[in-house]
Design a protein around this ligand. Structure first.
Ligand code: ADP
Length: 486
């Protein structure tokens, strides 16, 4: 019986195919690296043909390793968001390199639009801030600077989900799910492609994909690819997928991914969130035509602080060593670290400020500094939690994943400083797992997402807050003092 799910997890640096059992256990994983091109400072491009070729190869290998396509009930796609592909519908071939989400080439154009007063309207409609990150200004750039795109009378635009779905279905489906569409800056949080925004960026809505549910049958794969047609039963952006994979289905449920930086998404329910703190409103997912939303915030410096302590200062030899060092001293010894090495992200949004370490004396050791660097993560999350609260969204717990949160000392400190339980799944691949859950519901293996998450989420470790109020208040007041100095 076909009761396994193939997830295509197309990330920025690699593409992976993972086959899941119905209980959420990954039974096969195949990964391939993707080439990044940096043709000019601030530009980041990828070859969409390479993305497709390597994705197809890893999918075929993963399917073969579990005995063939007959055991695969459905495919779920999760992907790097915002990246733009332009292709020719008549050939299915990309017209130029894809412009990757990190690409800053449209910064001046975004600044110009901001100065012309468009930001408030864009934020009200799309939940986003005027930034090169999002797809719209990248599409405009391609139309204005790439003759092959401008001249193509069969032009198709799409984010990576949409391009992969086109290829997988042999060109029969040009669709994107609402979570990916909500990162283009061309879709209203409550509607379809927005005519005014399409006009502002010069994008013809006829070149854009149809916006569909994040789960449900989106199309069937071309039988020549895997030996038989397999339904595509989910598409979702990577951060939204991780939010589902963490089971954040109730309003206030929050996931925080601690990698190089930290990405935080909170389920905001079925009303589009409006932030007064420059948090992003985004579609979490769409099911049966109804959308649920998330409020998204990002912290620039998380795991990268450990890399800096290791590689630039030589205070630690490995990042995991920070756990034992932090635990080796009873407290931070008065040291407080503001990790603004590349400015401060949400909710401060100060690209111009720089890092600071306060409170050092001759008694300060490297253990105090490393401990303060870990404590800084909890402080940053605490500030974000307060901003969400002021935007009307109250966290009930924090569900953590990402390489840095393997650090038990940090997980406990996060619970202590936020006063919330912190949950860490044994399976930290929450991005792919979320797409597996959605596809399992989308193809009918589970009746709804609540059933799928409870069956597939796996074992959790819980860290309960246990710090006394006075210690916590002292830590936060020390942090506020330090922040005020930058
Ligand atoms: P990304 O997906 O952004 O590449 P990962 O999720 O792989 O990042 O996390 C890696 C980051 O986590 C690195 O910056 C590393 O310094 C940090 N890290 C890994 N293990 C630990 C640990 N035990 N304690 C603290 N930081 C860690």
């Amino acid at each position: 019986m076909a009761d396994r799910i193939l997830v295509i997890d197309e990330g920025t640096t690699s593409t992976r195919a993972i086959v899941y059992d119905i209980d959420g256990t990954p039974v096969a994983t195949v990964q391939a690296q993707l080439t990044q091109y940096y043709p000019e400072p601030g530009w980041v491009e990828q070859d969409a043909s390479e993305i497709w070729d390597r994705t197809l190869a890893v999918a075929r290998e993963a399917i073969a390793s579990v005995g063939g396509a007959d055991c695969i009930a459905a495919i779920g796609i999760t992907n790097q968001r915002e990246t733009v592909v332009a292709w020719d519908r008549s050939t299915g071939e990309p017209l130029t390199r894809a412009i990757v989400w990190q690409d800053r080439r449209t910064a001046a154009r975004c600044a110009e639009l901001r100065e012309a007063g468009h930001e408030a309207d864009i934020q009200r409609k799309t939940g986003l801030l005027l930034d090169p990150y999002f797809s719209a200004s990248k599409m405009e750039w391609l139309l204005e600077n790439e003759p092959a795109v401008a001249a193509c009378d069969q032009l198709a635009f799409g984010t990576i989900d949409s391009f992969l779905a086109w290829k997988l279905t042999g060109g029969r489906t040009h669709a994107t799910d609402a979570s990916n569409a909500s990162r283009t800056m061309l879709m209203g949080l409550t509607g379809g492609w927005d005519a005014e925004l399409c006009a502002l960026f010069g994008v013809d809505a006829a070149t854009l994909p149809t916006i569909v549910d994040s789960l449900g049958i989106i199309g069937q794969t071309d039988p020549s690819l895997f030996g038989r047609a397999i339904p595509i039963a989910a598409m979702i952006g990577d951060q939204q997928s991780a939010t589902v994979g963490q089971g954040c289905l109730a309003v206030g449920a929050t996931k925080a991914t601690f990698g190089t930086g930290a990405f935080i998404l909170t389920n905001a329910g079925d009303t589009p969130p409006a932030s007064a703190h420059r948090l992003l409103g985004t579609v979490l997912l769409q099911q049966h035509g109804r959308r649920s939303y998330a409020l998204e915030g990002s912290i620039f410096v998380a795991g990268s602080l450990m890399q800096w302590l290791r590689d630039s200062l030589g205070l630690i030899v490995t990042a995991p060593e920070s756990e034992a060092l932090a635990a080796s001293v009873p407290d931070n010894g008065g040291v407080c670290f503001v990790p603004a090495l590349s400015g401060l992200g949400a909710p401060h949004w100060r690209a111009d400020v720089r890092a600071l370490v306060t409170g050092m004396t001759f008694a300060t050791t490297k253990a105090h500094i490393v401990r303060a660097a870990l404590e800084a993560q909890s402080h940053q999350i605490h500030d974000l939690m307060m901003a969400y609260r002021q935007d009307g969204i109250v966290w009930d717990s924090i569900r953590v994943d990402g390489g840095m949160i393997a650090n038990n000392w940090l997980a406990q400190d996060l619970a202590d400083i936020t006063g919330l339980p912190v949950e860490r799944p044994a399976n930290v691949e929450t991005t792919a797992l979320g797409a597996a859950m959605l596809a399992a519901v989308g193809c009918g293996l589970y009746p709804d997402l609540a059933c799928a998450t409870s069956a597939m989420r796996g074992k959790l470790e819980r860290f309960e807050p246990r710090m006394d109020g006075a210690t916590r208040d002292a830590r936060l007041s020390q942090w506020r003092d330090a922040i005020s100095k930058v």
